[in-house]
Design a protein around this ligand. Sequence first.
Ligand code: F6P
Length: 369
Amino acid sequence: MKGTYMKRIAINTGGGDAPGLNAVIRAIVLSASNLGWEVVGIREGYNGLLAPNDYPNGGLMPLHKSTVRGITHLGGTILGTTNKGNPLEYPVQKADGSWDTVDRSDDLIRAFEREGIDALIAIGGDGSLGIANALAEKGLKVVGVPKTIDNDLEGTTVTFGFDSAVSFATESLDRLHSTAEAHQRIMVTEVMGRYAGWIALHAGIAGAADAILIPEIPYDINKVANKIFRRETAGRKYTLVVVAEGAFPAGGDVVEENRGPGRSPQLGGIGKIVSTQLAEITGKESRHVVLGHLLRGGSPTSFDRLLSLRFGAAAVRALKEGVSGVMVALDPPTVQHVPLSEATSRMKSVPLDCDTMLTARELGISFGD
Ligand code: F6P
């Protein structure tokens, strides 16, 4: 395929951060610089283009090889990120003080033209890549890179950030194991993941949890308690339960709070509820731990570093080949690309018949069903 020459490309990081963002940025900058392209980073999602005057040196950060030296192992993102400035639902305050949202995607397209940016590499989860898809439909050259600790994006076997989150949660479970056993307690660990149970499932199995509650399987708390009673009878006086933040009881609701216009709800709190209920039903002592943002911070695992570097290089390769409107995706053993529209069309839930689920069931892990 004939190569496409770009003069200037932009990178942005949007939504919640995930370990590996800086590694993707480094791979993009090195690959693109080696082609002779100029790279700029948009600060804090799209805010750097929509509100450049809010930033000390303007909303764009020049990215050179020297800028990205030594950042592969660093958590966070050197560009900053936000889950507030969605250009499709940009929050604006009305005269009466209340808030509304407006579509600023045309402003954004004009800002790309004004800055002489030929193409965008958008690193994000479902929300950010949905925005990227909308921009692609308006004619901007865009390649997406799948980021999220939640692993809930269609079209890729795995997103970067997921392995780091699972590794940290697993290590936390190892630590909780010994203290739970020493005190003969129930220990409930709540993990992030939004409306998908990937982190809970993978960490729960790897960390030898006895029960795992995920959004894909509405639970019955009495069935979880029965698992605890069976363990007691077998002489196992402690129990580890992992609860995905999006888990909910059969006939009940997800614990979430509305965060206002243009923002997704904030999940969290189910771990405490499960812990309290299990203590009441079993008469045992129970404690709960919320791992929360600890799952997002810190260094990426070696798996995530390599995946991020591969994704970054593949995104530049796609642009070089003249491909746009796609997301790079892991399809072992290679990195392919899939249409952004397909990747963002629906959330990737845990399939109940997947090998990992079967494994958990065969190990005797309870899902409260
Ligand atoms: O999507 C990543 C994620 O960490 C979710 O697992 C979690 O529900 C959400 O972001 C938390 O967002 P915030 O950083 O706004 O609290």
